[in-house]
Design a protein around this ligand. Sequence first.
Ligand SMILES: [Mg+2]
Length: 392
Amino acid sequence: MKITAIETLVCNARMRNWVFVKILTNRPGLVGWGEATLEWHTRGVVGAVQDLAELLIGEDPTRVEYLWQMMWRQHFWHGSGVVRSTAISGIDLALWDIIGKVHGVPCHKLWGGPVRDSIRTYCHLGGGRLESFYETPVDNAAQFADLAQQAAEDGFSAFKSMAVPPTMPIEGMRSIRAADKCVAAMRDAVGEDIDIMVDCHARPSPAMGMQFAKALDLYGLYFFEEPCWPESLESLAAINAAVTTPIATGERLTHLAAFRDLFAARGCEVCQLDLTHCGGFTEARRIAALADAHRIALAPHNPQGPVSTAASLEFGFSQPSYIICESVHEDVPWRRDVVEEGYVLDEKTRTISPNMKPGLGVTINEEAIKKYPFQQELPQRVFYRDGAVGDW
Ligand SMILES: [Mg+2]
C-alpha cells in the first residue's frame, strides 16, 4: 500500500479556518482524515503540508512512526516550529485514521482502549461564539453569570470562561476585583456542582498571574489556565505551588522536550497538549507517558474543528489520565453539516460514549466544506490603555 497524495481542505469557520488533511492511498476508497488548524497561519500550514508531502508520497502509510521520524528530522530543520508541527500533526492524525481503517477498529482500540466508559465534555461560555467567549467585558459580571447559567441549562457540568482581562505587566487592584466579581457571579449562578475554569490566555505577567491565581483560589476552580507566558516555566511553577487550584498549560508547546521541561519544573497539574499542534497522536502518546510519570492530568486543548474533537476523544478513550474534553458547539451553526461523527453524544449530560467506527470514525462532507472557502481570519488584537501591545 502506498500514499498517492496528501491534500488540504480549508473551511472558514469565522474565527478559524479549519484545515482538514486528507491522505489518499492506492487502495480503492481508503483515505485518512486529519486536522491541522492554526488560526492566522492557514496559508503557512497549507504550504507546510505540501512541503511534507514531498517526503511521504509513495511511502507505506501504516509505517506511521517511521514517517513521523521522517517529517520531524529530515530536511534538516526539526519539526518544532508551530507551523511545521501543526502540519506534521494533521498528517499524523490522518495516518492513524488509515491504520484504524486497515485493521477495522477505532484508534483507541489500537492503543489498548477503551480505558473508560464515557468522556465528560466542557464548553466555552456561549458555546464558543466568538463574541460571547472572547468579547464579554470583565466589568459585566452579570453577563458572565447569564452565560454560565446557559451552559448549565445546556447540560454541561463544566465550562470555561475568559474572566481575566488583558493586563499591563503591573497594575493595581481594578482588574483583580473585576475578575473576582465575574467568578463570584458565575459561582452564584451555577452553584458548586458545576465546575468552572478560567483561561488567562497568558495575558498576565508572572506577578499579575500570581495575584489573579491567589484572588480566585477560594472559588475552587476546576483549573486555572495559562496564568503567564508559557515560556515562563519557573513562574508557572511558582504559581502552581502557591495555590490549591490546579494550574493548566501546554497548548502552545509543540514537542516532547518542551513538555519534559514543563513537567520537570512542575509548571502545571493539567497538561493541555494540543493533538493538532504537538505532533499528532504519535508524539502525544509519548507526552502522555511522561505526564503519567509525574501524575499530571491530561485535558487536551481543542477549540478547533470536528476532526480535532474526534482525535481528542480517541486519545481520551486510550489514556487513563485524560480528565475532560474541551468542546466548542456553537462557533458556527453549520458545524454538524461538515462531518458525521462516530462517537455518541448524550445531550442531557454532555458526555460521550466511544466511537465504534474504524480510525477516527469521521466522515467528511467535502461538498459542505466547499460552501465555506478560505477567508482571512477575524483580527483579535489587544492594546493596553496607553497604546502598547498586549497579549490576546
Ligand atoms: Mg487556553
